[in-house]
Design a protein around this ligand. Sequence first.
Ligand code: IFM
Length: 459
Amino acid sequence: MLRSDFPPSFAFGLATAAYQIEGSVSADGRGDSIWDTFARRPGAIADGQTGEIADDHYRRMSDDVALLAELGVDAYRFSISWPRLQADGTGPVNPRGLDFYRRLAEELLDRGITPWVTLYHWDLPQALEDAGGWLDRDTARRFAEYAGLAADGLGDIVTNWITLNEPWCSAFLGYASGVHAPGRTEGSHAARAAHHLLLAHGLAVPVLREKVPDASVGVTLNLYSVRPDGDQPAAVDAARRIDGLSNRLFLDPVLTGSYPLDVLDDLGEAEWFARNASAADLASIAAPLDFLGVNYYSRHTVAPGVVETEASAYPGSASVEFVTTGAPRTQMGWEVVPEGLIDVLEMASARAPGLPLVVTENGSAFEDVVSSDGVVHDSERLEYLRDHLAACANAIARGLPLTGYFGWSLIDNFEWAWGYSRRFGLVHVDYETQQRTLKDSGSWLKAFLHERDSSVSGD
Ligand code: IFM
């Protein structure tokens, strides 16, 4: 597989997110986000780690842009920390916070790298959480205002905008299982947070279009290939439920303007949605997009099981069991199934034929070892990357309108509840010294992007 096997306009990039890399959490007037608060909660994050320093990217931004240029990417997807632009989630823009993202976008452009901005990668201003967070409809209106400030400040140099990253995680890990910030366990009410997140997306789309000439606007969903473990009706129903909660609850409203009623029934939320998710809301949520961002990591194989006693990320379907099939797994325990990427692209395309699709994240964590030569020989990550890029080529060959691929992630970073114990970077970070070193996977990508034969292992 060569880069030239892809269409010339295909965008190859890498992705990161603000709280995972920036550090400098109180610099230049930044306010607290829900992740700052959550990370201070005893037991919330592995080893009590926080994003206070992370990759110190806020101060090393120019070096990291140089790294992207060395790798030869076309595009870089980063997120804006909402509380850097509005410390409390309301009011005028904080010029010092905005300045950081402006300099970042300008440095990228100077090096011929196209910036892709994500407005919300999970760091809600804490003040808005204190006012109800995503369970409060008003947070959606606040988000649209924030989107307007970001567009006013960057719209002359940034055309690619992603409203939300993975609203499933924000809603169901944040408000149902509570393993992510804000750490609430509200059961099925988490679906209301999902609605308000989607509404936030829908209200922001016209704001971005109005303020950004030639804006290209999308939203990023984390989609899973879901299949039953066998053909027994109970397993098939388990797959319907998990596909419903993970995929259809988001894809359907965004791409077809309606919620899947079976999922609302599973959740016991049909009545709330009938009263609160108005036709006008759904029209907003289904605002025409320029692309759909798809984050793909793994496939779920499911069967009926026993009801979990802990708060579940799948309220109303907590008895579903996630089965391991014997496929290789990453350090996260996620099965490596490159062909599942084609399944999810087909799933999206079936609802919106012709809508350009972009893989906005795809990557893997493995236990990295720094060898005596100072390099991480991460053959498993390299194979994961290569095999998923091959799946992208395959998807295009099948006629799917896939126009870009962003690997997760440029550098090792703060992996949420896992702290720094899970490394997804193509570039290794020594957290003591902040030294960055290309892993073999990074060298492979660099050679691929420069279209040289790679002598790196894993071929
Ligand atoms: O690190 C995360 C990212 O923030 C969102 N998508 C999944 C990645 C790996 O878990």
